[in-house]
Write a protein that binds this ligand. Structure first.
Ligand code: SAH
Ligand code: SF4
Ligand code: F3S
Length: 453
């Protein structure tokens, strides 16, 4: 090992899985003798964990890595690495655009990073490692605890191939971890003070299905993910369980039964809709109709009326007409989402939809995007009014960023709650907050009691 030890810094873009990967990689690098840099400027090794999901995400990452060219000229020993989804997507082509990059490491090779850094130190620069391979979950199990909530990656990859989506191309095929291994990781996290476990997977409701199929054990009535939820919920000390991202196509009876009956599974469900038009859903290869989506939400609501729903929607998919868009708008109004991410369609080279052209003009995409967000703001404010006067269980996360005199936390329905702290309040406490007033973004209230956790 070098003396003094080399300092690393990881910049993370993209989804929670990338955040989780960066956390696990930090632990792996620390085990190998590297130390976290106090700031990006002090790092000897600078890694960019990137996202490819939309063109904008790639452009942002390329821009940030490009800015390092100057620094590299001044500090030729600086090691610059691009890892994650864009590394996987572009591979060696990245080195042509960004010749100051030393390492390009794809999504299923990141556990090899320490060896690759050693290679760079030994003089091998411009190394690219992407392509198939199994993820080494055991090398990526480390956690750096902060806050009461912890991410646990339970599966990776996606076999869905929605026509617009790059994720299956950059994350590879679905690979799930055995239940015992996940439970072990959760036990460890609870032992270190975690209260809320957020299970992650690119197609999490398909957890365990590929493995069950290979073993000849899969039936459409089964839900290996429901079995996993049951096991994780049963770990003593787990107060809350959340999960993301699911696909509505796997939300069968066994799934609905589990999420609505397990007391620590939170009543907040993120269910990507993408479009309310059956024609567009077919072109997207989502595998469900608007009616099927509705019935999944209805099945959950029937057993859990207080459930909150959030979603992802794409506007401006190829051939999307005003009528298709109106169908999305109406379905969103009908469901009454508590939160939604609205994305403008961005063609991803190599996907099926990229061959359909990109015929919805940018101004129309912008307009549709704006309309959905405006609808949502009005509706969420209305929905939040229902909380006034009610008592919510809130997991205290610490002083609020905007006003450190107040604390913030989340309700089980994933609403941000702002409240005045009481003496002795600690991060990770579950408190009962009576909501006094609301905006479209947060609930504001006062602590009634600390819940016996
Ligand atoms: N596995 C997740 C999706 C991850 S990508 C899921 O199925 O929910 C997150 C969101 O990005 C998707 O739900 C979709 O709404 C959006 N998205 C994916 N590809 C896109 C594209 N090419 N253009 C615009 N939005 C896209
Ligand atoms: Fe992409 Fe569809 Fe897989 Fe989600 S389910 S990651 S949208 S291909
Ligand atoms: Fe982006 Fe990769 Fe996540 S493409 S959304 S970082 S899986």
């Amino acid at each position: 090992m070098q003396d003094p030890p080399l300092r690393f810094h990881i910049r993370t873009y993209g989804c929670q899985m990338n955040e989780r990967d960066s956390e696990a990689l930090s632990c792996l690098l620390e085990r190998e003798g590297y130390v976290p840099a106090a700031s990006e400027d002090e790092a000897d090794i600078l890694l960019f964990n990137t996202c490819s999901v939309r063109d904008q995400a790639e452009r942002k990452a390329v821009g940030k890595v490009g800015l390092m060219r100057k620094r590299k000229r001044a500090e030729p020993d600086l090691i610059v690495g691009v890892i994650g989804c864009m590394a996987e997507n572009q591979g060696a082509a990245l080195l042509e655009r960004l010749p100051h990059v030393d390492l390009v490491v794809g999504t299923r090779q990141i556990h090899r990073l320490p060896a690759m850094i050693a290679g760079v130190l030994a003089g091998r620069r411009g190394v690219v490692r992407i392509g198939t391979g199994e993820i080494d979950f055991t090398r990526l199990a480390g956690h750096r605890r902060s806050g009461p909530s912890a991410y646990v990656a339970v599966m990776r990859g996606c076999n869905q191939f929605c026509s617009y989506c790059i994720v299956p191309h950059v994350r590879g095929r679905e690979q799930s971890r055995p239940i015992d291994e996940v439970v072990e990781e959760v036990r460890g996290l609870v032992g270190q003070g975690a209260k809320e476990i957020v299970l992650l997977g690119q197609n999490i409701t398909a957890y365990g299905i590929a493995e069950a199929r290979r073993a000849g054990l899969y039936t459409p009535q089964a839900s290996p993910f429901a079995d996993l939820l049951r096991a994780v919920s049963a770990v003593p000390g787990v107060e809350r369980v959340r999960f993301t991202s699911p696909h509505p196509g796997f939300m069968n009876k066994a799934f609905v039964e589990a999420v609505t009956s397990l007391p620590n599974v939170c009543e907040a469900f993120h269910i990507p809709l993408q479009s309310g038009s059956d024609r567009i859903l077919r072109l997207m290869r989502r595998g469900y109709s608007a009616a099927e989506y509705r019935s999944v939400v209805a099945a959950i609501r029937a057993r859990c009326p207080q459930a909150a729903f959030s979603t992802d929607v794409i506007v401006g998919f190829p051939t999307e007409t005003a009528a298709d868009f109106a169908a999305t708008r109406e379905l969103m109004a009908e469901i009454g989402f508590d939160m939604a991410y609205v994305f403008k369609y961005s063609p991803r080279p190599g996907t099926e939809a990229a061959a359909m052209g990109d015929d919805v003009p940018e101004p129309a995409k912008l307009e549709r995007n704006k309309i959905l967000l405006e609808d949502l703001e009005v509706r969420v404010r209305e929905r939040n009014r229902r909380y006034v006067g009610k008592v919510c269980e809130v997991l205290a996360e610490g002083p609020s960023k905007r006003n450190p005199a107040r604390w913030s936390g989340r309700s089980r329905t994933n609403k941000v709650c702002i409240f005045e702290p009481v003496r002795g309040l600690a991060v990770g406490d579950l408190v009962e907050v009576r909501v006094e007033w609301v905006t479209a973004h947060s609930l504001f209230g006062r602590i009634l009691a600390t819940c016996p956790g």
